[in-house]
Design a protein around this ligand. Structure first.
Ligand code: ADP
Ligand code: MG
Length: 264
């Protein structure tokens, strides 16, 4: 399936200048307030956390607790209202919108609950989109997209439209699209939320393989404890704040069917 890449090991980035190690993403006292008319919603309150390269993090919490807002800020789809947010040590507030678009395109891969595929494009054309934005020549982007669809196990569906595919197959296309640009980080918002549990486990196993074998950092949002336990660390939000940030105990996934009192 997905090729091993021994060069990408988990760990912190070392800057070229001073040899100082920096986290992949670092949020410090981040707040996010949504204002619509006279109403304002404090979606995130005083969030301080960092994620290192190579981690597999699950963000959990009830509906409305700020999970998607946090993931969107980490994915540079949205900006904090206050506080500092750095990627590989660089303050994101200092980047222009065009820098941010470039960062999203080259370093980040997104997977969403609703797949977000374009219905009038074939699987292969959907996977090609990030490469189109990079200005890659058609023959090369076609070849890369075909290869990536094969890597996620649906090479034979390349000429199919999303409407002709099952949910699991559509999420594989979305995963191929997220991976085709060789991102450092996969950001997934409820990636198994629209899938049956067996298909969901297949998608999670692929994310786990990508993390373990290729060193890709995975940050996922989920409210499903089974899916959360594929990660190595769980960050739990409530009312926009972090209420728990703890490693998944060794063998934690083995106890998926056992008592999980600590978890709930
Ligand atoms: P979760 O993903 O945990 O369900 P969200 O991050 O989507 O939570 O939302 C956190 C809070 O912010 C909720 O109260 C939600 O209604 C509010 N919110 C999210 N997005 C917006 C927006 N674009 N405008 C106004 N309020 C929003
Ligand atoms: Mg959400």
């Amino acid at each position: 399936m997905l090729a091993r890449d021994g060069n990408r090991r988990p760990g912190r980035f070392v800057t070229q200048t001073g040899g100082i190690e920096v986290a992949l993403v670092e949020l410090e006292s981040v707040d996010k307030v949504y204002r619509t008319g006279k109403i304002s919603v404090e979606a995130l309150k005083d969030i301080t956390l960092s994620v290192d390269s190579g981690e597999f993090v699950s963000i959990m919490g009830p509906s409305g607790s700020g999970k998607s807002t946090l993931l969107n800020i980490i994915g540079c789809l949205d900006r904090p209202t206050s506080g500092s947010f750095r990627i590989q040590g660089k303050p994101v507030e200092s980047l222009t919108d065009s820098n941010l678009a470039d960062l999203r395109n080259k370093c980040l891969g997104f997977v969403f609950q609703g797949f977000h595929l374009l219905p009038r494009l074939t699987s292969r054309q959907n996977v090609e989109i990030p490469l189109v934005y990079r200005g890659m020549a058609p023959a090369e982007r076609r070849a890369r997209s075909e290869k990536m669809l094969a890597a996620v196990g649906i090479g034979e569906k390349s000429a199919r439209f999303p409407g002709e595919l099952s949910g699991g197959q559509q999420q594989r296309v979305a995963l191929a699209r997220a991976l085709v640009g060789e991102p450092l980080v996969i950001l997934a918002d409820e990636p198994t939320g629209n899938l049956d549990s067996a298909t969901g486990r297949e998608i999670m196993t692929m994310l786990l393989d990508l993390n373990r074998d290729r060193g890709i950092t995975v940050i996922q949002v989920t409210h499903d404890q089974t899916m959360a336990l594929y990660g190595r660390r769980i960050i739990r939000l409530r009312d926009g704040g972090v209420v728990e940030d703890s490693p998944v105990a060794e063998g934690g996934r083995d106890s998926i069917n056992g008592p999980l009192a600590w978890y709930c």
